[in-house]
Ligand binder design. Structure first.
Ligand SMILES: C[S@@+](CC[C@H](N)C(=O)[O-])C[C@H]1O[C@@H](n2cnc3c(N)ncnc32)[C@H](O)[C@@H]1O
Length: 226
């Protein structure tokens, strides 16, 4: 079911995004995403892992490589046109998943927390569909060091400004070539992210940070449903 409020803004950018997230387009960044995702998710012995906001399915191989059976959902039909070559997919809104309570052994949501206006609502919905003891991996841009408030032109000297507390959607970015400058992004401060997970009933078991030059550009956690 797709909520009337959600719009598939990636439809017009899907071919570009598919290339951006390819091994050639994404390079070290994609390798870092996959290594961090694998570290947090752990082995799956064939069970289903729901890839929420799966986009073009860029991480299906990493999830499958751990032994999980990935299944993707996303709002954008054009993103899913690419993803369908990589995993089974369905059109769905991450805040209204067409799945029964407690029906999914694992889920991931990668690089999408800044694409939804209310990420805590996504966390609540994922927690709803997770089985007791189910694993959820959040992986996204680092809330403290990536955003409109962060000048990363020299990553080793990342400069943060007072816009850290501004949660609004913006196209402001330190570069002109990324997702943020093209599609805009919301900001989810660290406390909102962790409080959202806790409020959803996810117990954080592990966290991870990764990035170049000692200033991480990725932050993730493994949450387990009580
Ligand atoms: C930056 S892309 C990330 C895609 C993929 N997870 C990856 O890491 O490459 C964000 C994705 O979130 C999707 N999205 C945004 N809001 C959504 C929603 N409410 N429900 C489902 N998907 C949504 C977009 O269509 C887009 O494909």
């Amino acid at each position: 079911m797709v909520s009337s409020k959600a719009t598939a803004v990636y439809d017009e950018h899907a071919d570009w995004y598919n290339e951006l997230m390819s091994p050639t387009g994404g390079g070290d960044y994609i390798r870092r995403v996959h290594a961090t995702l694998s570290d947090l998710l752990g082995p799956g012995d064939g069970r289903t892992c729901l890839d929420v906001c799966c986009g073009t399915g860029a991480h299906a191989s990493a999830v499958a490589g751990l032994g999980w059976t990935p299944v993707g959902v996303d709002l954008s039909r054009n993103q899913l046109r690419h993803a369908a070559h990589r995993l089974p997919v369905a059109v769905a809104d991450a805040t209204a998943l067409p799945l029964a309570d407690g029906s999914v052994p694992a889920a991931v949501c990668v690089l999408a927390s800044t694409d939804v206006p209310d990420y805590p609502a996504v966390l609540r919905e994922i927690a709803r569909v997770l089985a007791p003891g189910g694993r959820f991996v959040h992986l996204g841009v680092h809330p403290c060091f990536v955003g409109a408030f962060a000048d990363r032109r020299d990553a080793s000297r990342t400069v943060i400004d007072s816009r850290y507390t501004d949660r609004s959607h913006t196209f402001d970015s330190w570069n002109t070539t990324g997702v943020r400058a093209r599609l805009g992004a919301w900001h989810v401060p660290l406390s909102d992210l962790l409080n959202g997970a806790a409020a959803a009933g996810l117990r954080i078991e592990r966290t991870a940070e990764a990035g170049p030059d000692g200033v991480p550009d990725l932050f993730g956690f493994l949450g387990v449903k009580a």
